[in-house]
Design a protein around this ligand. Structure first.
Ligand code: GCU
Length: 684
């Protein structure tokens, strides 16, 4: 299992450049790393593995710094640092942060990696190994690196039978047949991958908690404990998705009413049991009153009452309760032009601002609908100044090509993070809201629905590994640019050959726009086959009740969400954005159909009509997909056969499916609008 695609960005392949290899070998012969806690042990093992792989030498590990030791990894209180590193610098490191600094002692050059916590050291080690993988000089460095978000979450949608909801890379690496897998080594490798990108929390089961998964807080708790034991060694806390109706399903009570004292007691005992087994258990994630999942509404209680009941039980143990805001009416009649799924999260939660306990975090999807290729940012961000908020992103490519198409999501996520909510005037970006810094909140962070499974390369499409990597890096530091993250990932994964780095980086950075070009246009979303969500089907959802209409007819298309004439969704934003989205004139092209119903002959800011834009973008998208494949073929001699052919096969499929998308969408709108393509291309 040591193939490059299995190792992802932790391949630690031998440095090719001979001078550099000599330099690193010289420096890394002996290292010091002190402490023997589980997390430090993980850091030590990683260092050895990394140095062995990268340099081919077997480093000596010493307990105490000697004259000749170059690399020294010690906690910040260690007296060795006394005269080497000033208190001022150390004070700049936060609880999970680290410092990597080159110093001179008695004329000898040294590198110190230090931090306040074991986790800080682990992150420092991973960061240092990255530097070597990227062939950096180690002469003159001083890096203080603190995570911006205190909670950096992965959400698994794994079910105990081994299936993964919206998983596109095989089966669960945790479970099969309602048991824990015996391949625990793979889970350790997974924990390494996650820790290397700074993840510190994980939810290990699907938000849709079915019968078997409900038992994870009961007679299947030992499975949770075993996973928690692995993740703990890498500084990762374990959380569970729970079933709000557990008191009924497990406890035999007649109700799950959050204000019922028996129900509270029942949860109290459950939580106690869990902490008795797993003292550092993280807490619960809850999907309630959403898509037929049970919740407080059944008992005429609101979300705050539901969430607070659980949070109160978790609080004495330091536990956290995460409550999802993905709540909407999934039974909306098409004749109803007032109900708007996009409004739902805000309408449900905004009135409850300030009512949640301090260990409750609301988890909000990036957009108001559901992880479409293009959506506006959810207006809930910034609208709840008295409530902890998480951003939920989808790493798994449900609506973005299902890891059969290349769609690198880091640029999309950057737009979300940098979006200015204007909640407290200019500069009130989403990244500040969720980090807790805009409103000084206790908790904040980002959760990502992960894209891995038991495929040999974890993500099905090898290039989809970049989405997991990028997610972690952005969660650690939302200010990193797409370019920086991409460059890192490509180098770590495929090596430092400039042609490889340049080609793959460009492919990744272009891919979101390409996918958007040949799928649903101008922010309207959907147009996929219902249920499995792969492939084009313009009316797939239009004639179902899920409330995701595009409202296309012979004259025009789009959903009027203006305050003046539509669902008034646009009015949920703070003024600057509300004004921009309210009017057709100011609304950006890429979101026009999300906010407005316009005729096909409406002229976009680009100068094109809507219908011509649809035709053009779909023809262009296919051409661009072909270019992606050509670019990849140009790397044939530079990439190992296994990864080369995996990616080539996916890119070939992408080209074929892009053509299908183009033809289905173009012919649909050609027939609706009866307006010919100006360039007279083939439209069926
Ligand atoms: C999407 C997805 C579901 C998932 C839901 C959620 O709608 O298709 O499979 O359960 O999101 O986030 O809860």
């Amino acid at each position: 299992n040591q193939s490059n695609d299995y190792q992802c960005w932790l391949g630690y392949n031998k440095i090719q450049e001979q001078e550099l290899l000599k330099y690193y070998r010289e420096l890394l012969r002996t290292i010091v790393i002190t402490g023997d806690t589980p997390v430090i042990k993980s850091a030590r093992e990683e260092l050895i593995k990394g140095i062995e792989g990268l340099t081919g030498i077997d480093p000596m590990i010493a307990d105490a710094p000697e004259e000749k030791t170059f690399l020294i990894v010690v906690k910040s209180g260690n007296p060795y640092l006394d005269n080497l590193i000033s208190k001022d610098i150390l004070a700049k490191i936060n609880e999970e942060g680290f410092l990597i600094k080159s110093v001179k002692r008695n004329g000898q050059q040294k590198i110190i990696i230090t931090g306040k916590s074991d986790q800080g050291l682990l992150y420092g080690v991973f960061s240092f190994l990255r530097m070597i993988q990227m062939e950096k000089e180690l002469d003159d460095i001083e890096i203080i690196n603190n995570p911006v978000n205190s909670l950096r979450f992965i959400n698994h949608w794994d079910n105990l039978d081994g299936s993964i909801e919206r998983g596109y890379a095989g089966k669960s690496i945790f479970y099969n047949n309602n048991q824990l897998t015996d391949n625990l080594d793979r889970i350790i490798d997974y924990a390494r991958l996650l820790a290397s990108i700074g993840i510190n929390s994980i939810v290990i089961n699907n938000v849709n908690v079915h019968r078997e998964e409900t038992k994870l807080i009961d007679d299947k708790l030992d499975m949770v404990k075993k996973l928690a034991d692995i993740f703990r060694n890498y500084g990762i806390k374990t959380f569970l998705s729970i079933n709000f109706a557990s008191p009924i399903e497990l406890g035999g009570l007649s109700t799950a009413d959050p204000l019922n004292s028996e129900v509270r007691k029942w949860w109290g005992y459950k939580v106690e049991d869990i902490y008795a087994e797993i003292p550092d258990f993280g807490g619960f994630l809850v999907k309630a009153d959403s898509e037929h999942r049970p919740g407080p509404f059944t008992y005429k209680r609101n979300h705050a009452e539901g969430a607070n009941m659980l949070a109160e039980e978790l609080k004495p143990f330091g536990g956290i309760l995460i409550w999802r805001c993905f709540v909407y009416n999934c039974q909306q009649d098409w004749r109803d032009y007032q109900t708007d799924r996009a409004r739902a999260a805000y309408d449900n939660f905004k009135p409850l601002d300030g009512e949640f306990l301090e260990n409750v975090i609301l988890q909000v999807k990036n957009g108001p609908l559901d992880f479409q290729v293009r959506e506006p940012v959810s207006p809930l961000f910034g609208a709840m100044g008295a409530t902890n908020q998480f951003l939920e992103l989808q790493i798994t490519q449900e609506y973005t090509g299902q890891q059969r198409h290349l769609c690198y999501l880091v640029p999309q996520w950057k737009e979300v993070l940098d979006f200015d909510t204007y909640a407290r005037g200019k500069g009130s970006t989403v990244k500040k809201v969720i980090a807790g810094s805009l409103f000084s909140q206790l908790y904040g962070g980002i959760a990502g629905v992960v894209n891995i499974g038991d495929d040999d390369n974890w993500t099905g499409h090898t290039l989809a590994q970049s989405n997991l990597y990028g997610f972690g890096r952005l969660t650690w530091n939302p200010d990193l640019s797409s370019g920086e993250i991409t460059d890192e990932w490509v180098r770590l994964t495929f090596g430092n050959d400039p042609v490889v780095v340049e080609t793959i980086s460009q492919m990744l950075l272009d891919s979101w726009e390409i996918y958007e070009n040949y799928t649903s246009p101008l922010g309207i979303g959907w147009m996929v086959n219902p249920n499995h969500h792969y492939g084009p089907n313009v009316d797939g959802y239009e004639y179902s009740r899920w409330g995701t209409y595009h409202r296309a007819d012979h004259f025009g298309i789009g959903v009027d969400r203006s305050v003046k004439t539509g669902t008034a969704y646009a009015g949920q934003y703070f003024e600057e954005n509300a004004i921009r989205y309210e009017s057709i004139e100011f609304c950006p092209d890429e979101l026009l159909l999300f906010f407005h119903h316009v005729p096909y002959i409406h002229q976009l800011k680009s100068g094109k009509t809507v219908i011509q834009h649809i035709y053009d973008s779909h023809f262009t998208g296919v051409e661009q997909a072909i270019v992606l494949k050509k670019k990849w073929e140009g790397l044939k001699d530079k990439i190992d056969e296994k990864r080369y052919s995996n990616i080539l096969a996916r890119l070939s499929e992408q080209v074929e499916h892009a053509k299908e998308w183009r033809d289905v969408i173009n012919s649909y709108f050609y027939r609706k609008a009866s307006i010919p393509d100006e360039l007279d291309r083939k439209i069926y």
